[in-house]
Design a protein around this ligand. Structure first.
Ligand code: C2E
Ligand code: CA
Ligand code: CA
Ligand code: CA
Length: 289
């Protein structure tokens, strides 16, 4: 009995509640973050080889909390998903990205990430249509990025939504390709406009030196990463789907990705994500030349 009481007491004082307390604190702060204007979008360019220019930029959410500093999306997006906060946040992201992009050169698309919960929302197609109408962004300047997690659920509803989005004229990209499990099956079932090759494959790439002086396992890993990039690029070519290599950080990776025939690259080598004003200035400068 005494032991039980101590245990109960301990629950409130220490140990096990720590995680929960941290989570609740984060959730409360995130709830206020929107009202307090602490959320912002940064944008990262996608460079197209054939066009030799930036053809799209991806909107990436940033939370600048006065108390917590800059909180990475990997920390607060899963929480927003679990708590339902993703609905208002996701709508804010979509609206803000469309409203900002409409003032950029018309040759550049904006790509917006959709979380699984957003995608499952019954009204998603209507929300996207209304947002385009309100902001004035033409549908074909919007790309929506979804991951395979989205596709694993109720297939009929998913297909109806994907087709509904296509009918609006927006582009749909399959993000983090290769990290899920039945990617190929999805490609067969729905005509995606773009496949984004996960950066784990790109990170494994390296130019194989003429004199193979490297450690064997490193070589094998690099060769298989190159084979996977080559296979996905070939698949895209055959299916008429553009391919983007994500996470290109070095000149070597850039050269190799170009050699493998990917449509586009994205990564720190081209540019890290930048605030809207900087990206707009960059796009204007490039558009004028
Ligand atoms: P993602 O959609 O795969 O976005 C690409 C991530 O890779 C971004 O991380 C970007 O900053 C990072 N990145 C870009 N180039 C490089 C590179 O060369 N090297 C390395 N190591 N990383 C690179 P970020 O901004 O931290 O976002 C992480 C994830 O959070 C995103 O992955 C996406 O899944 C999610 N996310 C971000 N913004 C949103 C949003 O508005 N809505 C939703 N639902 N998810 C978002
Ligand atoms: Ca502007
Ligand atoms: Ca993405
Ligand atoms: Ca990705």
């Amino acid at each position: 009995r005494a032991k039980e009481e101590r245990g109960t007491f301990a629950f409130f004082e220490t140990g096990m509640d720590e995680d929960l307390r941290v989570r609740l604190g984060l959730e409360a702060d995130l709830r206020l973050a929107m009202q307090r204007n602490e959320l912002a979008l940064h944008y990262q360019p996608l460079y197209n080889f054939a066009a030799d220019r930036i053809t799209a930029v991806e909107a990436l959410l940033r939370w600048n909390s006065p108390a917590r500093g800059s909180v990475p999306p990997a920390e607060f997006i899963p929480l927003a998903e679990q708590t339902g906060l993703i609905a208002p946040i996701g709508q804010w992201v979509l609206r803000t990205a469309c409203a900002e992009a409409v003032t950029w050169p018309t040759t550049v698309r904006v790509a917006v990430n959709l979380s699984p919960a957003q995608f499952r929302h019954q009204q998603l197609v209507a929300i996207v249509r209304d947002t385009l109408a309100e902001t004035g962004l033409p549908a074909d300047r919007l790309e929506l990025e979804i991951t395979e997690t989205v596709l694993r659920q109720d297939t009929e509803a998913v297909m109806a939504t994907l087709h509904g989005l296509h009918e609006l004229g927006v582009h749909v990209s399959l993000d983090d390709f290769g990290t899920g499990y039945s990617s190929l099956n999805y490609l067969r079932r729905f005509p995606f406009d773009k496949i984004k090759i996960d950066r784990s494959f790109v990170g494994g790439l390296m130019l194989v030196p003429a004199e193979a002086a490297c450690d064997d396992t490193v070589m094998v890993a690099a060769k298989s990463a190159a084979m996977i990039v080559r296979a996905i690029t070939g698949l895209g070519e055959n299916l008429g789907i553009a391919t983007t290599a994500e996470g290109v950080e070095t000149a070597q990776q850039f050269a190799q990705i170009r050699h493998e025939g990917c449509t586009e690259v994205q990564g720190y080598f081209i540019s890290p994500p930048r605030p809207a004003a900087e990206i707009e200035a960059l796009l204007r400068r490039l558009d004028a030349t």
